[in-house]
Design a protein around this ligand. Structure first.
Ligand code: SF4
Ligand code: SF4
Length: 455
């Protein structure tokens, strides 16, 4: 049964008391764009799960306004709870008739809000600040994770049931088809265009993406090259700062944004192509990430205008060159929040799938709802994330799809884990994996896909 609706229990009538000055750099014009109409509430997953006004977009904007006027402390435990219980999925932005930029407001608010959840503090220290910005540590973690796969540790965890008691056991026991083995070849620094060169583009290889899904990067580069792009993959690039910015780790996010900006500026490319929705959304908002640096901010803004999601960029080159082989499969596409709501891209990934002969696209119910991955949310708030994942698994199974495709590593890992754990043998891959295989990539594919190639 649904929980009863709960309302906020701290509401000051700031308008009556006169409007005090904002106490932080949170842009009050953005906050005041909210007219409290509530049209976003039916699209908010945390409001649907928690049934509390404080966990709705309207309630969160209201609380952020109060905190920014000094009427509620940023360290008030109720405020902290509601702010960090948000998926930051930005579904409310798509629903909002007033154009409230919820993602920007939330990231600015989180930058001032210390997390009170112990898991949240650990994830920040170990992952966001301790691991992702450091190349050597990332490589070591990637080798450890892939070695675990090669030694079939996930099967042991599943058989013994140990995954239920180990921290992060569910992620280790039910992994998506990540790259295997401790040693893999680096991607070329430049992949030449096939046929007449139409563009010279950069490719973000990413942090987690580069360690666990490097073959997805290779297939993305192959799809671009097959369509006349010279693809530059700078070796010195690192994390773009997306996970840090979405969690409100503003200093780390700004440092990584500045570094990414520098690397791609030196590469001399016309566009920077990104195949991870969260990263693309972040890189399209580098003016926000670099807001505290008046020198770099304009460069960040200019850079953001060159950033394109992989499907978005390939769709701009349409018609695509014909793939070498087809794939006889019923495929459901899951919209990653930061592609759909953060970048307003929904048709282009579907166009990529439609370009592969034999693919039958089936639409699942609520493909536009968050799967619960939400950056590091499934680590910091696993119980709420599980509720969102449970809907997703049900909707996928009901769609009759044989394969799920998405465009973000976090969603792919989360959905693959949910499907496997529920006993469904439905693989989950990236749109660019499917396109890359269709263009002739020789890398291993899940058995089901290998069996359904045509041509
Ligand atoms: S965020 Fe937008 S839709 Fe939601 S209450 Fe405010 S104005 Fe209305
Ligand atoms: S970002 Fe998502 S979870 Fe957060 S308030 Fe908006 S719709 Fe709700």
């Amino acid at each position: 049964m649904d929980r009863p609706l709960a309302t906020l229990d701290f509401q000051h009538h700031v308008q009556q008391a006169g409007v005090p000055d904002a106490v932080t750099d949170i842009d009050m014009a953005k906050v005041r764009a909210c007219i409290h109409c509530g049209l976003c509430l039916p699209k908010c997953p945390t409001f649907r799960i928690l049934r509390h006004e404080g966990d709705s977009p309207r309630g969160r904007v209201w609380q952020i306004k109060e905190a920014n006027l000094g009427l509620v402390g940023f360290d008030d435990p109720r405020f902290q709870t509601h702010i960090y219980q948000c998926f930051n999925c930005r579904a409310c932005e798509t629903a909002c008739p007033s154009g409230v930029q919820f993602g920007a407001i939330m990231e600015m608010a989180r930058a001032h809000t210390p997390p009170q959840n112990r898991r949240d503090r650990l994830v920040r220290a170990l992952l966001l600040n301790g691991l992702l910005p450091h190349r050597g540590r990332l490589v070591a973690a990637g080798v450890a994770f892939r070695t675990m796969q090669a030694l079939r540790i996930p099967a042991v965890l599943r058989r013994t049931g140990l995954w239920r008691v180990l921290p992060l056991g569910k992620f280790a026991a039910f992994p998506p088809p990540v790259d295997r083995g401790p040693l893999r070849g680096a991607l070329p620094e430049v992949m030449p265009a096939q046929g007449t060169r139409r563009a010279r583009v950069g490719l973000l290889s990413g942090c987690i993406q580069d360690q666990l899904f490097r073959s997805t990067n290779r297939r993305t580069a192959l799809a671009l090259a097959a369509n006349g792009c010279e693809v530059v993959i700078p070796r010195e690039q690192l994390c773009c700062g997306a996970l840090a910015s979405h969690a409100g780790e503003a200093a780390t996010a700004a440092r990584l944004a500045a570094q990414t900006l520098d690397v791609f500026q030196r590469a001399g490319v016309e566009a920077v192509v990104v195949n991870a929705a969260g990263c693309g959304s972040n890189m399209k908002e580098y003016d926000l990430q670099l807001r505290s640096d008046p020198t770099l901010r304009p460069a960040g803004e200019a850079f953001s205008r060159t950033v394109r999601d992989a499907s978005e960029f390939l769709a701009s080159l349409a018609p695509l060159r014909a793939p070498r082989r087809g794939l006889r499969l019923r495929v459901a596409y899951q919209d990653p929040c930061h592609l759909l709501h953060g970048q307003r891209i929904s048709q282009q990934p579907r166009q990529m799938l439609a370009a592969i002969p034999g693919v039958q696209l089936v639409e699942m119910k609520e493909a536009d709802w968050c799967c619960g991955s939400a950056g590091v949310y499934n680590l910091t708030h696993p119980e709420i994330a599980e509720a969102a994942l449970a809907w997703k698994v049900t909707n996928i199974v009901e769609s009759g799809a044989e394969l799920v495709v998405s465009a973000n590593p976090g969603c792919i890992m989360q959905i693959a884990m949910g499907l496997q754990r529920a006993g469904h043998d439905i693989p989950v891959v990236h749109v660019m994996d499917l396109l890359g295989w269709a263009y002739g990539d020789e890398g291993a594919a899940p058995r089901l896909i290998e069996a359904r190639f045509t041509g």
